[in-house]
Design a protein around this ligand. Sequence first.
Ligand code: IMP
Length: 422
Amino acid sequence: MIDLLLGLQWGDEGKGKIVDVLTTNYDIIARFQGGPNAGHTLIFDGNKHVLHTIPSGIFHKTAINIVGNGVVIDPVIFKKELDNLAKYNLDFKTKLLISRKAHVILPTHRILDAASESMKGKAKIGSTLKGIGPTYMDKTGRNGFRIGDFELDNWKEKYNSLAQKHLKMIDFYDVDIEFDLKELENEFFEAVKVLKNLTFIDSEEYLNQAISNGKTILAEGAQGSLLDIDFGTYPFVTSSNTTAAGACTGLGVAPNKIGEVYGIFKAYTTRVGSGPFPTELFDEDGAKMAKVGNEFGATTGRPRRCGWLDLIALKYAVQINGVTQLMMMKGDVLSGFDTLKVCTTYNYKGKVIDYLPYNIEEKNVSVNYTEIKGWKEDLTGMTKIDELPENLNNYIAYIEKFVGIPVTIVSVGPDRKQTITK
Ligand code: IMP
């Protein structure tokens, strides 16, 4: 069986930490979509690590880590991640396996991303500019360059023909973007040499064999459900399926092989980049969440927008993913509020509704809140469920009742140890 771990909001829910906590239960950890736009933060033994493409199981001695076919890989960023891990003396050749079918982010994909965003002006998505969109465009447009292509004798010809095409497209965009392609390519080709020393596999075959042999697998999602290319707040989304179905296509495993679906959410809501966010706060409460929660993007360092928990959106994500267990992150950040608010209905086209409609932009949707009493206690030192304040338990119980799924883990701080199982 394969269990899934997914973010249920706009990303940055704390997936890296939970994968890290759960890894000891699994033989294999696999990434299935997204790329280095992700930043999964792990904190243990007083050290902080941010992973972008490498699965979060890399720090555990026995786990095999797989970068699946649905992922897009930038060799340059991948090499930097490997360099940052050098001090741990990990055996990448056997612990880190890469799907031949994963697509490669070329330097010109990154330039195209910048050109496309620049041309959008005010309507820009707020992309991480890692080349994600253009790489998935080439994939679905059937022009992409895959990891397996590096095993061909003439891979550079293939590379060149795609890069040349991109240069023509960059010209078409008619925006002022300076770049030194030679320098970018030197860096890219150096990184490819390192990448080619790793192990490339037919990951769908590997994973299905592993399932037949009774191995346990955890699929680690990136970004969040509201950034899903189909079900997110389009067009302010990423370019992959971040939801449960993405694990099937991004790894080659069938739906009937899926076991638990762990849904991770923050006790409040954050978003980086542009796009609608109905419960966004522009007052002291939002500023407090940002400050106490240290809400800055792990990949770009951008400040995250903050707001109250949106239960309509959470219920939607639970439904689309078939979540079986919820995990609530950053409960500690809400300590000290007299009253908490959760969004329980939207006003939409003159009606009160309890589902996520086609368009949740401000001009279409406003929110109605239910108020819940807050708690004052500092949660960060708590280790057992019976230590949690009564009002926090009430908050959790309200969420569980609203979405119909139990909360099984409450995280009260960034460290591995600050994790309470219910
Ligand atoms: P892109 O996928 O880098 O093009 O970014 C598209 C949108 O998704 C932007 O609003 C980004 O801020 C957002 N995004 C992409 N990756 C992440 C992530 O890992 N966490 C949070 N937001 C993300």
